[in-house]
Design a protein around this ligand. Structure first.
Ligand SMILES: NC(=O)c1ccc[n+]([C@@H]2O[C@H](COP(=O)([O-])OP(=O)(O)OC[C@H]3O[C@@H](n4cnc5c(N)ncnc54)[C@H](OP(=O)(O)O)[C@@H]3O)[C@@H](O)[C@H]2O)c1
Length: 221
């Protein structure tokens, strides 16, 4: 079990991931720019687990304090706050494992798409901004709404990118602790733009099918 800190964890994606990992008996820490928002979100995690008869090991605090305490740091801020947030936390993050779930979503003419990122993807931007950290891309394609619906198991694949084998293994093990979610090694950090782009595709599919679709790769064991 690990201590996992969520930077921007007060939003729906961070809350959903925190709930699922708390359900898997990890200790989760909700990070926010404001301590009162962090504590309110931590309480939401407690209540969500209580509703399914479980207890959560959850805390909350400002992002910087959460980074200090966490073994694994998950980035769940919107892309427009990504660069400034990571710059601000660089020193505290140091050489930790960082899981980036941010998607540089952009809507053009009402259609979901992906904004151009100088480094190629949000995940590669994170690695460029945090040179000492071991950055892994994951969770981009998981619907926040489904993550938070704890009464249902969440099926699908989590596509994982990264250049550090040990950090990638640690994140794959994290995913394995969530029933029915399967970690899939999607390759190097350089593959991250494809994974992030799939989120725009899923949004387009969801609009048409009124769904919360997930990704599943067939033909691998
Ligand atoms: N929602 C989904 O279904 C989903 C699915 C896959 C991936 N994602 C990705 O996951 C990330 C989080 O998604 P979300 O829907 O949870 O986002 P969100 O609600 O827009 O933001 C999450 C939290 O980030 C903090 N934040 C907002 N603007 C910020 C800024 N400029 N600088 C620093 N912190 C800021 C806020 O927390 P405080 O005000 O408490 O600090 C907010 O509650 C996004 O990058 C998104 O693309 C989302």
């Amino acid at each position: 079990m690990a201590t996992i800190g969520f930077i921007g964890g007060t939003g729906p994606e961070g809350l959903g991931l925190a709930m699922r990992l708390a359900l898997a008996d990890d200790r989760v820490l909700i990070g926010s720019r404001r301590p009162d928002r962090a504590e309110a979100a931590a309480q939401q995690v407690r209540e969500a687990l209580a509703a399914v008869g479980r207890e959560a090991d959850v805390g909350g605090g400002v992002n910087r304090d959460v980074v200090r305490e966490a073994e694994i740091v998950v980035i769940v801020v919107p892309f427009d706050g990504h660069e400034a947030t990571l710059n601000d936390l660089r020193e505290e993050i140091g050489g930790k494992i960082v899981v980036d779930a941010a998607v540089p979503l952009a809507f053009v003419g009402g259609q979901p798409g992906i904004a151009a990122v100088e480094q190629g993807s949000a995940t590669e931007q994170a690695q460029a901004l945090l040179p000492e950290a071991r950055v892994i891309g994951a969770f981009h394609n998981l619907s926040a709404r489904k993550l938070q619906a704890l009464e249902d198991e969440m099926a699908g694949d989590v596509l994982i990118t990264g250049d550090d084998a040990e950090a990638k293994q640690a994140v794959m093990e994290l995913v394995e602790r969530m029933p029915r979610l399967r970690p899939v090694d999607a390759g190097a950090l350089a593959m991250s733009s494809f994974v992030e782009g799939l989120t725009a595709l899923l949004l387009s599919i969801n609009r048409r099918y009124k769904s919360q679709a997930a990704v599943q790769v067939v033909g691998i064991e």
